[in-house]
Design a protein around this ligand. Sequence first.
Ligand code: NAD
Length: 426
Amino acid sequence: MATSSIKVLDKYGQEIKTVGFNRFGFDSEVPIDELRSLYLRPHYVSTAPSTADSSKEDAKETESTQGRTPYQTNSIYHPDSQSISYTTLTRFQPVKLLSPPERKRILVTGGAGFVGSHLVDRLMLLGHEVTVIDNFFTGSKTTVSHWIGHPNFEMVRHDVVEPFMIECDQIYHLACPASPPHYQFNAVKTLKTSFMGTLNMLGLAKRTKARFLITSTSEIYGDPEVHPQNEEYWGHVNPIGPRACYDEGKRVAETLTYGYHRQDGVDVRVARIFNTYGPRMNPADGRVVSNFIMQALRGEDMTVYGDGSQTRSFQYVHDLIDGLIALMNSNETRPVNIGNGDEFTIGDFAKLVRETVRKVKKEDDGVDVPLVNIIQKPIPTDDPQKRRPDTTRAKEVLGWQPKWSVEMGLEEMVRYYKAKLAEGSL
Ligand SMILES: NC(=O)c1ccc[n+]([C@@H]2O[C@H](COP(=O)([O-])OP(=O)(O)OC[C@H]3O[C@@H](n4cnc5c(N)ncnc54)[C@H](O)[C@@H]3O)[C@@H](O)[C@H]2O)c1
């Protein structure tokens, strides 16, 4: 399906045509079709016998770019052998031309990860100079490969535990594994990344006078005793449990951030992110949304841990990126929750995912697949029963509220994984 023919309605039934907004002197708005073509459209031309079909799709895509040249690549996908021939001759997606005072030099640590890659896409389309540093522990070069070679883009393999020198105006510090199997893989390394990585990036911000934003997490509230959680709540964290390396790591990273702010005047922003999902989430992460979608797409039983009565709220990645950019460019130095308050029990959410998978398969492929089974397994240690953000502060100080309904975000994500499964890259 051509990405331009997918219509997306927001929570209030209005069509979403753009993401981002012009606020705090920083314009972050881009057409959704431009952004979407970076993850829903393949980055190669196909040698498939059905090229007639794909050129029709391409023609539709060209129409939708309204006179602008769509980005092109000469890489060739060979469906028979599920292989791809890469070339360096790429025409990149057009990016805005900004005057030197408008164009910022932006460092994104962890920019090859799920959230980082979407932030990079947005900042690149907006015309800024973006440098990514990443050690590729959970991220992959493929998430941003469509920018490699672009004059505004630089990718450096680097571990934030070691110092890094660069001149920059803004630092988005995301580097840190975010899913339980990955952050528990080496708990001491996770703590080092949180503490030393943040120390190094704050040192860089101090030297360059760059503005520094850290992506903290709702996990700093632990298994909360108040609902929903606002930023004044100090949390209820087990300091020695299996999740502590991440939860306490992020808590100390916040402490360091405010230490540098108070002692050295570093200009800081702290985003407390709640569960986020979207295309490019690594399905090996074991996070609930990607697990459910992959199981339903493969026709396997869907696994719910516990009785499914625990609740979660999920925000779509474009809402998060809107919030991060707004926070970075605002004057708010206090922590700000960024999340979607629409709460689901995990059991209901599993049902929604399997229905979405069935709907997308019917709409895109005309196939009627049966609903898969949902089974239960024992709940892991310290898994919070309930978590929901209070986003009043984000609304008041950033004018930000989530727009994407969970249903719309899920449909995009299902299409993304479905295409990846079909081409053999998952
Ligand atoms: N996705 C969510 O729901 C969520 C929720 C709360 C907070 N966050 C925070 O957002 C940030 C990004 O999360 P994500 O979901 O994109 O996770 P991710 O694992 O996809 O991305 C993290 C990136 O950081 C890189 N990285 C890890 N350790 C590093 C190191 N020592 N040096 C350099 N790079 C390193 C990884 O390779 C990866 O590219 C993290 O800081 C995470 O704690 C995410």
